[in-house]
Write a protein that binds this ligand. Structure first.
Ligand SMILES: Nc1ncnc2c1ncn2[C@@H]1O[C@H](COP(=O)(O)OP(=O)(O)OP(=O)(O)O)[C@@H](O)[C@H]1O
Length: 307
């Protein structure tokens, strides 16, 4: 894997507040790399250091082999950044916005091709401010590619999008990755990190507290899995104590939910218990651990509340 972003002990402090506390990591060419973490974890500060918008106090950030401290302008020509729609002039038409942003760069992508990819061909003469949120987001994404960048930074790319538009956005981002670009995504949606990212770094209090593929993080740290079934009235709470792999029971009037460290063994024991006591397991649902569980477990372990 060719490394396109290399961070060594990057640190940034605002007064007494350490926002980024000695982060080292590598991001490879052609990966979708997710950065997640609670509010105030240091994500924006870290990303803006990599983009050359903020200066680290110490440490080294190499982007496409260039030291961001010394070659920020050269790096900016080769990266794309998803802008908030408020940073885009509303009184300009879509084609004018695309032309304006293209003029900032030495090398530009084919604007007609980009317009086609994002379905903007029919919107060229529409004023940016009159577009809906989803269309504005498409224009923002098109702008982040206007210089045909090697690395694209997407901060909350699907914020405010409906589920269809979100899936479409994910498919587009995956296509960009398949073209060999590197995508760095920050998100507060754990299902987005799980569905979209090849690797995810969980950041808390300025440090990387976990970094791996979503599946490995889930396997390593997800731990328990949920089994729920109807509380039919014929089940006694005390008898569930024979379920040896169950670490927690949520007992509600209509539903019983078991958290188990071994799904298969618990199912076997549950059906055995039902047969022994002559009741039925009705409305059975299995719940796999998710990135949400990983995030909550890790960030709560650090003693920080989550959003
Ligand atoms: N310009 C600044 N001056 C002073 N403190 C700052 C500045 N920017 C960020 N901070 C502080 O640094 C810490 C990290 O902030 P940062 O914005 O990087 O976190 P974040 O993970 O992006 O948060 P969020 O998810 O809320 O956007 C926070 O405590 C924040 O208050």
């Amino acid at each position: 894997m060719t490394t396109v972003i290399q961070l060594e002990h990057v640190r940034k402090q605002y007064g007494a507040k350490v926002a980024v506390d000695g982060i080292s990591l590598q991001i490879g060419k052609g990966e979708i790399f997710g950065i997640v973490g609670p509010n105030g974890a240091g994500k924006t500060t870290l990303i803006e250091i990599i983009e050359g918008l903020r200066l680290a106090d110490s440490g080294m950030a190499l982007v496409l082999g260039m030291d961001i401290r010394k070659e920020a302008e050269a790096v900016k020509q080769r990266i794309g950044v998803l802008l908030q729609s408020t940073s885009i002039p509303g009184k300009a038409k879509v084609k004018e916005v695309l032309g304006l942003f293209a003029s900032f760069y030495d090398k530009t992508a084919d604007i007609d091709e980009i317009s086609r990819i994002f379905g903007l061909a029919d919107k060229q003469n529409v004023y940016f401010k009159s577009l809906s949120g989803g269309w504005k987001q498409r224009v923002s994404l098109a702008l982040s590619l206007i210089n045909d960048p090697d690395i694209v930074f997407l901060d909350e790319p699907s914020m405010g999008l409906d589920p269809n538009a979100r899936s479409e956005m994910w498919a587009t981002i995956q296509r960009l990755r398949d073209e060999g670009r590197t995508i760095v995504v920050t998100t507060h949606y754990m299902e987005e990190a799980e569905a979209l990212c090849d690797r995810v770094a969980i950041i808390d209090s300025g440090r990387v507290i976990a970094l791996d593929t979503p599946q490995k993080l889930i396997t390593m740290l997800g731990g328990t899995k949920g089994i729920s079934f109807s509380n039919t009235g014929s089940i006694k709470k005390e008898s569930l104590s024979v379920l040896t792999y169950v670490v927690n029971i949520e007992w509600e009037p209509a539903l019983i939910k078991l958290h188990s460290t071994d799904l298969d063994q618990t199912l076997k024991q549950l059906f055995q218990l039902a047969a022994d006591e002559n009741w039925m397991v009705r409305g059975l649902k299995l719940e796999e651990a998710s990135m949400n569980d990983v995030f909550n477990k890790l960030t709560l372990q650090q003693g920080v509340g989550v959003r």
